[in-house]
Design a protein around this ligand. Structure first.
Ligand SMILES: *[C@@H]1O[C@H](CO)[C@@H](O)[C@H](O)[C@H]1NC(C)=O
Ligand SMILES: *[C@@H]1O[C@H](CO)[C@@H](O)[C@H](O)[C@H]1NC(C)=O
Ligand SMILES: *[C@@H]1O[C@H](CO)[C@@H](O)[C@H](O)[C@H]1NC(C)=O
Length: 545
């Protein structure tokens, strides 16, 4: 698709200054904050880090075009009537209906996408989410949606539990909406900006605009560049009028930039986004297996959970509110003592965004003897720490560095993930959990790709000096549905995450699938049931047996 190259060409020429509509964040949550290590280097010396860093650091990631492929989304723009409609699109069983289905088999269906006038689409590119749900057994699994690129989609669901099961399909974004996302991703260097708070002597203060590159801050004047010496990560702010660059002490989110036309916005309206299709398949009955012990679940014997597994798709499913990995013997940790036994003696370093902070909070709230310290830290960005002195457990959480969207936070607390990793000795009792992604959907993919290149290198160095260190990657989860953050963008971000850590001895927790499997409304901060299962999978990697 040449999408990445286009982006580069277009982005370079793009000086159009986006103007700010309003500063109110309507991302209701608080994904965390950013960390700049102020290394204010003079005026900006435009360093083109375009793709060379990525290329040199991570060979597998060089081909973003290939990695981020998405089927053509059609050429129609500006006419909502020709976009894909959740009301007229339908799906039906591929084969004849059966009285019962075999556990371990598959159910296949055909989906026909249609526009608002009921005409079949002739191209693909829609983002559908298909699920097989078993409300009676509190079960659910994501279905595979294969885009045949001619307006039809092949849906496939593994039959993993015995009992009733019901297909549900939602249109997340029409292909036309995806086309808008792609265009913005290619053409805009940033869809949000940030604030930098400068402070000098005698209460001198200035607030300036900051961003991931000099062009996006819209300043014709001089620019301060902040470069992390270890990771090479860069950050830019307009230079204050009276204060020096190194007077930067605070950081916060700024504004959402105006990046859409009214026609674009109609494609993201509530009545066409994340809407169920009319039900097309009656509930089915899956009969228990007659052989084997676990006859109500289709789970063959699996190895203990260890890093480096290749996971099948889907990587697991829910049954009785519990997530079962399909590639490893995931355990559950239902009691405080089971969690304590697992974590005893460990130091856990969590670094990422607020979806990972949820893991820290879940453990803090579930284990009474795990006491939070830093009680007076009032920033959503932490850093946070909890300790259990009887069992020797230390649990850290800190936000990844910029471009975090957050309330005002001290710049000194914002540390680069790569730099932090370079400062860890590692070892059999060290657990590193990384959870980044949600704050990178507001920039072209090269920004996240570059960040990941540095993190990959730091993880490789950590595993080289201490191979017994456990490194766990939390993929980004579902949630947002706007041009600033969208499940489509998150899917792409997850492709980058997977590619960045491919081939390393790290474990993945597929939070995307774990938040796509149940009949719960999408929420960037998933409910406790899901967080518990995510943490149980983490604990399964820490304590595989
Ligand atoms: C990247 O992938 C595309 C699609 O598979 C391929 O056509 C292209 O040659 C690849 N480019 C490089 C540099 O490998
Ligand atoms: C779409 O493509 C699939 C696979 O090539 C084909 O089987 C199907 O008939 C096509 N459908 C239409 C409507 O063209
Ligand atoms: C969706 O809602 C908007 C108003 O919010 C309305 O103008 C539009 O016609 C609706 N679209 C559909 C397809 O119902």
């Amino acid at each position: 698709m040449g999408q990445f190259k286009d982006y580069k060409i277009l982005a370079v020429g793009l000086v159009l200054l986006v103007w700010v509509i309003y500063f109110k964040m309507f991302w209701p949550e608080t994904i965390i904050h950013p960390p700049p290590v102020p290394f204010p280097v003079s005026k900006y010396a435009s360093e083109s880090m375009e793709s060379s860093d990525w290329d040199s650091h991570t060979h597998k990631l060089t081909n973003l075009t290939h990695l981020l492929y998405w089927p053509p989304t059609g050429r129609d723009r500006g006419n909502i009537l020709v976009s894909t409609s959740p009301k007229t699109s339908t799906y039906y069983l591929k084969g004849p209906a059966k009285a019962t289905y075999d556990l371990g088999g598959h159910l296949e269906a055909i989906l026909v996408a249609r526009d608002h006038m009921g005409r079949p689409k002739t191209h693909g590119g829609d983002l559908f989410r298909a699920q097989l749900l078993g409300p009676e057994s509190k079960a659910g699994v994501p279905g595979e949606v294969k885009d045949l690129e001619n307006g039809t989609y092949l849906l496939s669901f593994p039959l993993l539990w015995a009992g009733k099961a019901q297909v549900q399909v939602r249109l997340i974004h029409s292909s036309e909406a995806v086309g808008v996302l792609q265009r913005i991703w290619r053409e805009k260097r940033a869809t949000v900006d940030f604030r930098g708070y400068f402070q000098g002597k005698e209460r001198a203060k200035e607030t300036m605009i900051c961003n991931v590159d000099p062009q996006s801050i819209g300043s014709k004047g001089p620019v301060c560049q902040y470069r992390d010496e270890v990771s090479g990560e860069v950050w830019f702010c307009t230079q204050p009028h009276t204060l020096p660059c190194n007077a930067l002490v605070g950081h916060s989110s700024g504004s959402y930039l105006k990046v859409t036309t009214p026609q674009d916005e109609a494609l993201f309206a509530g009545n066409v986004t994340d809407k169920p299709l009319p039900s097309g398949i009656s509930p089915i009955l899956v009969k228990p297996a007659t052989t084997g012990k676990r006859s109500s679940l289709a789970l063959s014997s699996r190895p203990p959970c260890r890093p480096g597994h290749l996971s099948p798709k889907p990587s697991g499913f829910y049954h009785q509110d519990r997530w079962h990995s399909r590639f490893c013997d995931s355990r559950s940790f239902p009691t405080v003592s089971s969690i304590l036994d697992c974590l005893a003696g460990r130091i856990v370093y969590m670094m990422g965004d607020s979806t990972l902070r949820q893991w820290w909070e879940y453990l803090r709230d579930t284990v009474p003897s795990l006491k939070p310290l830093d009680l007076h830290v009032t920033y959503q960005t932490g850093p946070l720490m909890a300790v259990e002195t009887m069992r020797g457990i230390v649990m850290h959480w800190r936000a990844h560095s910029w471009p975090l969207r957050s309330l005002r936070t001290p710049v000194a607390s914002l540390h680069s993930v790569a730099k932090e990793l370079h400062g860890l000795a590692g070892g059999p009792y060290t657990v590193v959990v990384l959870g980044l992604g949600a704050h990178f959907t507001t920039f072209p993919p090269s920004i996240f790709a570059r960040r990941l290149a540095g993190i990959r290198e730091a993880v490789m160095a950590l595993l080289a000096r201490e191979p017994r260190t456990l490194v766990v990657i939390k993929l980004a989860n579902t949630g947002y549905k706007s041009v600033y953050g969208s499940d489509w963008l998150t899917l792409q971000v997850n492709r980058l995450l997977r590619a960045a850590f491919a081939g390393l001895q790290v474990a993945f927790v597929d939070a995307w699938e774990m938040t796509s499997s149940l009949a719960l409304p999408d929420n960037i901060h998933p409910v406790k049931l899901i967080v518990r299962n995510e943490v149980d999978l983490l604990l399964s990697f820490i304590c595989p047996i």
